[in-house]
Design a protein around this ligand. Structure first.
Ligand SMILES: [Zn+2]
Length: 280
């Protein structure tokens, strides 16, 4: 494979990246506690911490860019306290007990512009959770286009949807990731695929939620808040989504097939391409 042009990949990806923050509704602590008790994998002491915190954040990316709505894919594990693979939570319950906030790339640039002092607080758009896989760590959020604001106006910039390749990634493929950990907008890294399918057992990793997916192993840096970021190949196509980085030097990604299955079931990607991918 030819060496990718990193700067081209960066330009092609950055406008599609969103910052996501999901926080408990103050008046729903009882309901959230009940969900955590049912899921039964968060220690009691840590349940309070989750309820009283400022929420958990992740990176997301646009998978559908309609005239009125944006659909953004991210990881579900920011709210994994309230589910397990065997006791999944519904999108209805998610929206009942959590507030979902998103920020676009352009609003962050404007917020940080030197001399900008008219807006001391970031203005988040309110999203609605429309899909969740508690087995595979995937979350789909919908945001009204007119709610995505750049300081005090609707953001007029494009938020293009990222697309998927028709071939599977392979070991040694060069890949890149742009993520948004808290306060670290546009964190860009490059790496190489190490292995396309590791199980949690292969990694000696505890799995209290009971996630059932295998993970693509990639030699690339990541950290808290990068979860949900897209991993793109040299053509700028999404080949994975960050789950986490629990080993030095490596990070672990949801596979292309799991992402495509999840989105296809929710009408987001073209079925024809999805079927091609499932062929051996
Ligand atoms: Zn924008």
């Amino acid at each position: 494979m030819a060496a990718p042009n990193e700067k081209w990949l960066y330009e092609k990806t950055k406008d599609s990246i969103f910052f996501i923050n999901i926080l408990p509704r103050h008046d729903k602590h009882g309901a959230i506690n009940d969900l955590m008790k049912t899921a039964n994998h968060v220690e009691e002491g840590k349940r309070e911490e989750f309820l009283n915190g400022d929420g958990h954040c992740a990176t997301g990316f646009v998978v559908e860019n309609g005239p009125d709505l944006l659909k953004i894919l991210t990881c579900a594990h920011v709210i994994e306290h309230v589910y397990s693979a065997t006791d999944p939570v519904s999108t209805h319950d998610c929206n009942r007990v959590f507030i979902t906030q998103v920020l676009c790339d352009h609003s962050e640039l404007s917020f940080r512009r030197p001399g900008q002092n008219a807006h001391p607080q970031r203005v988040y758009a309110k999203g609605r959770i429309i899909g969740i896989s508690c087995e595979d760590d995937l979350l789909l959020i919908q945001v009204p286009r007119e709610d995505v604001v750049d300081l005090d106006e609707i953001c007029m910039r494009n938020h293009p949807h990222l697309t998927f390749p028709s071939t599977q990634p392979a070991a040694f493929d060069v890949c890149a990731m742009v993520s948004w950990p808290p306060l670290r907008h546009r964190t860009a890294v490059i790496g190489r695929v190490s292995h396309t399918s590791r199980s949690f057992d292969d990694l000696g990793q505890e799995n209290p939620v009971g996630y059932r997916m295998n993970l693509m192993e990639v030699r690339i840096g990541s950290e808290l808040g990068s979860s949900g970021a897209p991993l793109v190949n040299g053509n700028g196509k999404v080949i994975g989504m960050l789950h986490g980085g629990f080993r030095d030097a490596f990070s672990y990604f949801l596979s292309l097939n799991d992402i495509m299955l999840f989105l296809a079931h929710r009408g987001v990607v073209v079925i024809r391409k999805f079927l091609l991918l499932l062929e051996p």
